[in-house]
Design a protein around this ligand. Sequence first.
Ligand code: DLZ
Length: 162
Amino acid sequence: MATKNHNLSDYDITSVPDATGMKVGIVVSEWNDNITGALLQGAVTTLMKHGVAETDINVMTVPGSFELIFGATQMAKTEVDAVIAIGCVIRGDTPHFDYICEGTTYGIARLNQVQGKPVIYGLITTNDMQQAIDRSGGKLGNKGDECAVTAIKMIDFTRHIK
Ligand code: DLZ
């Protein structure tokens, strides 16, 4: 799983389908908003770079990462082609980190099985703030970029599956 040698913003631009006309919902957690704001910025910029209109991006916030499950569930019911769930959980002194990470991860995974629309996993789970900074526009790129590219590819997948 190491991202140490992988920059999250690096991708083959020729592998990304034209995203003109795609509609994307983004649900963003308010916890660690210095990080989630940067992830959001990366996702929006990359979506638009590939042709998604600003008016076709619907951004809603939820209080914490655990609420991404409900937020993404509701967002997926709207007129969007995919949902990006953005959050950042940083390890603390108690096992709370593990419960939030596990619950949110399983919740989002389950949504992908039952909703019929791709829900992209934009949750950063790190041991400290520096690791989160590194992955939200720092030395390891921006996971928001990766989520945007993934959303576009999964919408394209949905449109072509027979
Ligand atoms: C309670 C909590 C804690 C301790 N840490 C984080 C965190 O690092 N990142 C995050 O997104 N949310 C955190 N939360 C809030 C929970 O996600 C959730 O909002 C609350 O438990 C209420 O359901």
